[in-house]
Write a protein that binds this ligand. Structure first.
Ligand SMILES: [Zn+2]
Length: 614
């Protein structure tokens, strides 16, 4: 989600320009390598949605018909299903409202705003009828979740059709979706339709909408949106009928037929959500990425001139971003991607993002880099954000920052140092909870944000220290090849890293993501030609050490971690390994020592660096 949220802690510092410049290794797209055969036994559910929506732009109410063909690929018989009715969160007294009123550090954009919504300003989805293969079903709306008793169980391998008729009202913009946001975008339609909850290897995920993050079923969407003829729509999916509605979607030209409303028909294959935005004042530009998708930019033509210039300047940079991500993670698989002004802050969706549009150019670029990066780490590699938010937020922040450093020649190590510092702040604050905490169950919003974005970033950056830079880059690409269009789990990522590096890494995943153990290694003593190091923190790590001799020469040493059962590729002098349980480690060198420094490149998130040098 939203990158700007983190600015409450540390104002988009990642956008600051840096002093030195350093080349970042960038690889070009390579010959596709087939997925390795590691996902046998895996299954995932499948949905085919057909929706017909009629929007009234005066009342912000809409009528919907939804035909959902649901295929049960699980080995289990299902007796019930659940739908998310996310818009119901925007009502006084909802869980989202009460959580925001009672948490110590509420999101500044929410605060008490939901509690003050009037009946014609709230959001809702009311299910009028629901049928399973033509048979009327009993259903109950419980907050943001629809609980459905099935007329007949769905057996493994069976497909059933659910027909639903519903009414919706678009809330005043609070978070992510809504009407008439502060930049005047009429409709930001995210989480706007009855969305079947995911049933996967961990069971049902009918999570209420309290604060954040999503998990959806992979499938295909066919959506017809009928709306006032003066509105322009952008979003997930390919427009099917530009001629019928008189809209040159590729060129931005409009020649509207003479009717009050038009029906825009979109088709989106292989996605797990469908989002759109609409406004009568959208400008629409396109830019073709060579050997890539067509980029769409929709932004309000009524913005001040300098803001409009930002949107023009963004376009070639967005092409570079798409090329960077495709080259360094994996080829973007869809034919289009849209950057759309809407929402609040920025939020990632299938084939598109909704972002605020009136910030500085740096802000606009930064949020686009982050949200476009999510196309890989969430919309192609669809890990469960509620359970493992660090896998999408942290990885996205990492790859987005890497892209930014590449495109603007910024020092990636300097940008990363700030991220490490924020993580260290959390680790020492006493407010840290393990990354395996459910996204809604953090005591503080700030703890969630730093854990997901910053500690998640450090997980991936520091992995390069643990297994070597080249192995880390190969791991990211193999992870993409093996788990695209699936729901990868943390263990899937770390197993990929293990197979690429030949090293045992379960300790890294467990200590980093399931505990709040910290890294603290120290130089305990230096005695002529002998060095003793000490492990103070509980988290194990292999150790890089720089020894400076009295004659002025230096030597790099590498101390493998015994439980890794191997060594990373390194040019350093590799010495005997260190078994974690031993608190100290001594090694001897051949010349008189002047000084010793642990991890001289600061690649390890050691929370106390004052004891790293002697
Ligand atoms: Zn994000």
């Amino acid at each position: 989600m939203n990158r700007l949220f983190i600015s409450v802690f540390s104002l988009s510092f990642l956008l600051l320009s840096c002093h030195s410049q350093k080349d970042i290794a960038v690889s070009t797209p390579q010959t596709p390598v087939p997925p390795s055969n590691i996902v046998s036994g895996y299954w995932q559910q499948h949905v085919d949605y057909k929706m017909d929506i009629d929007m009234d732009v005066n009342t912000y109410q809409y009528k919907g018909k939804q035909k959902l063909v649901y295929t049960n690929n699980s080995p289990d018989v299902l007796n019930k299903v659940f739908y998310h009715l996310y818009f119901n969160a925007f009502q006084p007294g909802s869980e989202m409202d009460v959580r925001s009123l009672t948490i110590a550090d509420p999101d500044g954009r929410v605060k008490d705003r939901i509690s003050k919504l009037k009946p014609n300003e709230i959001g809702y989805i009311k299910v009028n009828s629901l049928k399973q293969n033509g048979v009327t079903l009993i259903h109950e709306t419980v907050g943001t979740v629809l609980e459905v008793e099935l007329a007949k169980p769905i057996t493994p391998g069976e497909s059933v059709t659910f027909d639903m008729v519903f009414d919706g009202q678009v809330p005043v913009q609070i978070r992510r979706s809504g009407r008439n946001n502060k930049e005047g975008v009429a409709l930001s339609m995210a989480q706007w339709y009855p969305k079947l909850a995911e049933y996967d290897f961990e069971g049902w995920h009918a999570d209420p909408y309290i604060g954040r993050e999503f998990h959806g079923v992979w499938g295909n969407f066919d959506v017809k949106l009928t709306i006032d003829k003066n509105y322009i729509i952008g979003g997930t999916g390919y427009l099917q009928n530009p001629n019928e509605i008189g809209y040159g979607y590729e060129t931005g030209t409009i020649n509207r037929p003479n009717s009050d409303k038009l029906t825009w028909h979109f088709v989106a294959p292989k996605v797990h959500d469908f989002t759109w935005a609409a406004d009568p004042d959208y400008s629409h530009d396109t830019k073709q990425v060579p050997n890539g998708p067509l980029l769409h930019f929709l932004y309000k033509s009524t913005m001040p001139k300098e803001k409009l210039e930002n949107w023009k300047n963004l376009q070639p940079k967005a092409v570079e971003l798409m090329q960077f991500f495709s080259g360094n993670v994996g080829q973007y698989p869809y034919k289009q991607y849209s950057v759309i002004q809407g929402g609040d802050g920025g939020m990632e969706y299938g084939m598109c993002t909704l972002i605020l549009g009136e910030g500085s150019f740096e802000g606009l670029f930064g949020v686009t880099a982050h949200e476009m990066g999510h196309s890989w780490f969430q919309f192609i590699l669809a890990s469960n954000e509620l359970r493992h938010s660090w896998m999408d937020e942290g990885f996205t922040e990492y790859i987005g920052t890497l892209a930014e450093s590449h495109i603007f020649n910024k020092d990636f190590e300097a940008l990363s140092k700030r991220v490490y510092d924020v993580y260290t702040y959390l680790a020492k604050s006493g407010k840290e909870q393990p990354q395996s905490t459910h996204s809604d169950r953090y005591n503080f919003n700030q703890s969630y944000s730093i854990s997901a974005y910053y500690k998640g970033y450090v997980f991936l950056k520091q992995l390069a220290y643990v297994i070597g830079q080249e192995n880390q880059e190969k791991t990211i690409k193999q992870y993409f090849r093996d788990f695209s269009f699936k729901h990868p789990r943390p263990v899937d990522f770390i197993r990929t890293a293990e197979k690429i590096s030949g090293l045992e890494l379960d300790w890294y995943l467990i200590d980093w993501t399931q505990t709040t153990n910290t890294i603290d290694y120290a130089v305990k003593s230096v005695d002529n030609k002998s060095v003793t190091l000490e492990r103070i923190g509980l988290m194990p790590m292999p150790i890089d050490v720089l020894v400076t001799y009295a004659d002025g020469t230096t030597e790099d040493f590498y101390i493998p971690l015994q439980m890794m059962r191997g060594e990373k590729p390194t040019v350093a002098t590799t010495i005997k390994d260190w078994a974690w349980a031993y608190p100290t480690y001594t090694f001897n060198v051949s010349k008189t020592i002047k000084s010793v420094e642990i991890d001289p490149k600061s690649l390890m998130a050691d929370i106390d660096k004052t004891n790293n040098k002697k």
